[in-house]
Design a protein around this ligand. Structure first.
Ligand SMILES: [Mg+2]
Ligand SMILES: [Zn+2]
Length: 174
């Protein structure tokens, strides 16, 4: 079994302009690329789990969602960072799907598809819904850029995230 770092995308890996649809506008959060590289080197499988309700709302075309994803993957590839998987929920909040965070469906699907050990995995995000999804899946949950009691750790920066992951990797085996 492998451990995963589940990653919210907008506001966690990428700067969030609100319903991102322009691949040329893709920008990384400070420290994200280095942090992802270190996480990869620590043995975490990198898995994006992202709500994109802008598709259901008609704000983002599916082709635009794909273009933004492809641009991120290409920029990561240039840094020798490989995503083990990417899971997107394109539903709206009224559709009661099992994938839209805070539901844990995307994490559960990834665990099944990729052979991931959830108890030794970590969910990283910038919103409470990310933390709840991670906890519901049975993983640890780290919040970036804010503080809430449900999180296992609250990080101010990606540097803090990396420090947490290094400690976690040393203490918890898949
Ligand atoms: Mg986010
Ligand atoms: Zn969904």
């Amino acid at each position: 079994m492998k451990r995963a770092l589940f990653l919210d995308r907008d506001g966690t890996i990428l700067v969030d302009p609100g319903y991102p649809r322009d691949p040329e506008a893709v920008r990384f959060i400070d420290g994200a690329e280095l942090g992802l590289r270190v996480a990869q080197d620590l043995g975490f499988e990198l898995v994006v789990v992202s709500n994109q309700s802008g598709v259901a709302r008609g704000i983002i075309q599916p082709s635009e969602a794909k273009a933004v994803h492809d641009r991120m993957v290409e920029l990561l590839r240039q840094r020798d960072i490989t995503l083990a998987g990417s899971y997107y929920c394109f539903h709206g909040p009224d559709e009661a799907c099992r994938c839209r965070k805070p539901e844990p469906g995307m994490l559960e699907d990834a665990a099944r598809d990729l052979g991931l050990d959830l108890p030794s995995s970590v969910m990283l995000g910038d919103r409470r819904t990310d933390i709840v999804a991670g906890k519901r899946a049975g993983a640890r949950a780290v919040l970036l850029g804010a503080t809430i009691p449900e999180a296992d750790f609250c990080a101010s920066t990606w540097g803090d995230v990396v420090a947490y992951l290094a400690k976690h990797a040393a203490e918890v085996s898949p």
